[in-house]
Design a protein around this ligand. Structure first.
Ligand code: 2NL
Length: 362
């Protein structure tokens, strides 16, 4: 190899070794391979070499170009690994550190967010009735979120859901951020034989953002599948739940015919309250709390359960909504602001919530 090419190789190697970070590395790269880089200039000059030398020099230049590109790439990988290692070391969190003293309230290192509290209470109340808690992924296949639940493409219910779509993994099925927690229940039905008694509390997502809607919110759904489940079981179960959750023993509960694609018949569930004072159980007004119904035979079949042998009921409710009602929280937006003043006002001292036995009250 001619001297000038050899010089470029050794000088580039030295410059790469001396480059302390990706910025310096990029300057070396541009200086060699860039538009006005040294190698680029040598390639441009090739045309001026004597014809008898051109062929050999061209070949040597190409070999050098590949070698330089490889050396540059190798150094980039090295520097990136070093940068990542430095970041990981610098940003390491010591989770065993005691909490900052200013975060403590009344001697407690932290408080339970009202959303978590409500979901814990739901787990305790339904848990005492024999329900297990089921969980599933936030990013769902279009089929689990809609298809399994008797909401085919072009069904009007899809439009109501204001769905966030997620790019599919190469060649994979269409994906969404789940718009309800029903897909968790569809997964359970496919994964285990009946009888089934579960609730599915968790995050849900819809492309909706205003004073009363957040793009991320929470739902709790429930599902019971057995051989002889009737509307009577649905009513008894939800009446018991609502009375335990709101702590009002004789809370008036009303069932109203409605429509959902995944249940038939479907019912909306209202509780009695006083619109003026906000008192739950008093007054002459009705407030919608839950959607419910007998699981549609097509949903059972979609999820591998024979509807001639098994039947059941399902229900769903918004966690934010019942939390605001129960605790008189007037505004949805601060739920997600992580404002320590709001959390102090509405947070709960830790520990498991009261069980059904305590919550029933009569
Ligand atoms: C509402 C209404 C509801 C369901 C959710 C459900 C799930 C399966 C099968 C059948 Cl896997 N149904 N879920 C049923 C009726 C109503 O939610 O207003 N939610 C906030």
């Amino acid at each position: 190899m001619s001297d000038d090419l050899e010089a470029l190789r050794t000088e580039t190697a030295a410059a790469l070794a001396a480059a302390p970070d990706l910025r310096a590395w990029d300057a070396v790269r541009v200086g060699v391979l860039g538009k006005s880089g040294r190698l680029t200039a040598l390639l441009k000059d090739l045309g001026r070499a004597p014809a008898e030398e051109r062929r050999a020099r061209g070949a040597a230049l190409n070999v050098l170009k590949d070698a330089l590109a490889a050396a540059i790439e190798a150094r980039r990988a090295e520097l990136e690994a070093a940068a990542l290692a430095a970041r990981l070391a610098a940003e390491r969190l010591d989770v065993s550190l005691p909490p900052r003293p200013e975060a403590a309230v009344a001697g407690h290192p932290g408080l339970v967010h009202p959303i978590s509290r409500t979901m814990d209470e739901m787990a305790a109340i339904f848990g005492a009735m024999g329900f297990a808690v089921a969980e599933g992924p936030d990013v769902e296949s279009d089929w689990f979120n809609f298809g399994a639940l008797n909401i085919p493409a072009h069904h009007p219910a899809r439009a109501d859901h204001d769905t966030f779509y997620v790019p599919p993994i190469a060649g994979g099925p269409p994906r969404v951020l789940r718009t309800h927690t029903s897909p968790v229940q569809a997964r359970v039905m496919l994964g285990q034989p009946p009888p089934i008694r579960i609730i599915a509390p968790g995050r849900t997502y819809r492309a909706d953002h205003d004073a009363t809607h957040s793009p991320m919110f929470h739902q709790c759904e429930g599902l019971v599948i057995d051989r002889d489940i009737t509307l009577g079981h649905l009513k008894g179960c939800l009446i018991d739940f609502l009375r335990a959750f709101f702590g009002v023993p004789n809370l008036p509960v009303r069932f109203r015919a409605s429509y959902f694609p995944f249940t038939e018949p479907s019912m909306e569930v209202d509780i009695g309250w006083d619109r003026r004072s906000g008192e739950i159980g008093g007054g002459a007004d009705w407030l919608e709390i839950l959607g419910s119904g007998m699981v549609h035979p097509r949903v059972l079949a979609n999820c591998g359960i024979d509807p001639r042998e098994w039947q059941g009921f399902a229900f769903g409710m918004g966690v934010e909504r019942v939390t605001m009602l129960k605790h008189g929280i007037p505004d949805l937006r601060p739920f997600y602001d992580s404002d320590i003043r709001w959390l102090r006002q509405y947070g709960f001292v830790g520990g498991a919530p009261a069980s059904l036995h305590e919550g029933f009250g009569g």
